[in-house]
Design a protein around this ligand. Sequence first.
Ligand code: 6PG
Length: 472
Amino acid sequence: SQARIGLVGLGVMGANLSLNIAENGFPVAVFNRAGSVTDAFVASAGALSARIVPAKTYEALIASLAKPRAVIIMVKAGGAVDAVIDALTPLMEPGDMIIDAGNADFHDTRRREAALREKRLNFIGMGVSGGEEGARHGPSIMIGGNPESYAVIRDIIEAIAAKHEGAPCAAHFGPDGAGHFVKTVHNGIEYADMQMIAEVYGLLRDGAGRRPAEIGALFADWNKGPLKSYLVEISGRVLGTPDPQTGKPIVDVIVDMAGQKGTGRWTVIEALRLGQSPSTIEAAVAARSWSSEKATREEGAALFDDLASDPLLIPSDRELEQALLAAKIIAYDQGFKILSAASGEYEWNLDLASAAEVWREGCIIRSALLDDMAAAIREGLPQGQLIFAPRFAGLIREGARALRHTVSYAASAGLPVPAFANALAYFDTMRQSRGTADLIQAQRDFFGAHGFARIDGGADRHGPWAGAVAHS
Ligand code: 6PG
C-alpha cells in the first residue's frame, strides 16, 4: 500500500512524530540512515506498525509514497538536512515536497526553498514545538512554504497537532522561512520565560533561604493562577523532585551550567539585524553563556567574597508572582515586535495573533496568558505594544511596582536578575516621553557632525560646538 507521507530520521522526535501520524490514521513510510534503527522502531510500534512502512533505502522510501510525495525530515539542523535533501531530490518529481521539521535557521530554510523551487519541488519549513511528548501526542506546529503545497498535507498536520478547544495548534504563517522564524522567536521567548522563573528561584533560594521543595510548592500554587503555564508547572515539579542516588533535591546535584543549541541566540541576532532589541531574551541568552563560565564564577566568588550587601526587604511571594507576570508579558511584547519587524522586512504578512493562538497548546511556552494575548493582538496593539493593550495595561501597572521592588531588592542583595532588570528598563523607557537621547544626538553631532532634529522643527541641525566650553 502507498503511504501518505514519509519521514526521514528516527531519533526520538522523528520516531514520536511518525507514531503520532500513524495513530491519526495516516500510513507513514519511515527511513533512518542506520537500518537497524528502523527495524527496532517498527518492532516497538505495536499495533501502529500496521500503518508504518519501513524503507531501507531512499529509493524504497520514495517508491512507497503516494503522489505528490511529501517527506518530512527530522534530523539534526545544519549540514545533515542538506545531505538528506541532496539524497531525496534526484528521486523526486515536480510537485513533490520536502518538509524540514527541525529547528532550522530560517535563512537556511529560505535558501533551501529557493533551491528546490528551481527544481520545481516544494520545500516547507515546519517549526515543531513540544518536546518528545508533544511530538508523540500533539505538538504546536508553525508552517512556512507555499500554501498550495501546505494544502496537500494540511489534513495530516492538523490531525497530529495539539488542539485548543478543538482547534488545531498549527498554522501556515507565510512563504519560505516564516514558520521556522516564528519557531525561532518561540524559542527566544522560551529562553526568557525559563530565565525569569530561574531568577525567582534564585531570589527565594539565596535571598530567602528557601528549600527547593518549598519553592516548588509555591510554583505549583502559582500554576493555579494567571501564571498557569507548562514552564511554571514543570519548574514546580522539578524543584519537588529528589535525586534517587543521594536523596537530595535534584536541582542541588545538577551543575549550574546551561546548554543552548542556538535558537535563543538566533532570535537575538535576527532581532538586532531588524533594528530591534529583545533585551529580555538577550538577558536569558547571556545568563546561559555566563553560567557556562563556572571556573570564572568560582574565582570571582572567592575574590569578592568580602563584599557585604545591605539588602532591602525581600518581596513577598505575591509580589514575586506579580513581578514574574509583568516581566513575562514584557518578554512577549519584545517577541511579538520581532515577528512584526521580520514580517515587514521579508513581506510575510505574518498574523501575530495566529502565532499566539498556535502557542496556546502543545508547545513549551503554552500558558493561560496566550489566550488573552491572542485576543489583545486581534483587538489591535497600540503602537504595536502588547504592554499598552487595554487587557494588559492594568496587569502591567500592578506588576511594575512589584517588578521594581524585585529588581531593587535583587540589586541591594547582590543577586543577579538580568531578565527582570532588562524588562523593567524596557518598561521604564517605553513610558518615558522625554528620554536622554537628546544628549546622544548632541554627542554624535559634536564628534561626527551627524546632525540632529530640533523640537521646534528649526532648520539648524548642528550645535555651536566650535565655541563649546571645556569643563575642567
Ligand atoms: C520546543 C523546544 C525544543 C528544544 C530546543 C531548545 O519548542 O520543543 O524549544 O525545540 O528544547 O532545541 O533547546 P536549547 O535549550 O538546547 O537551545
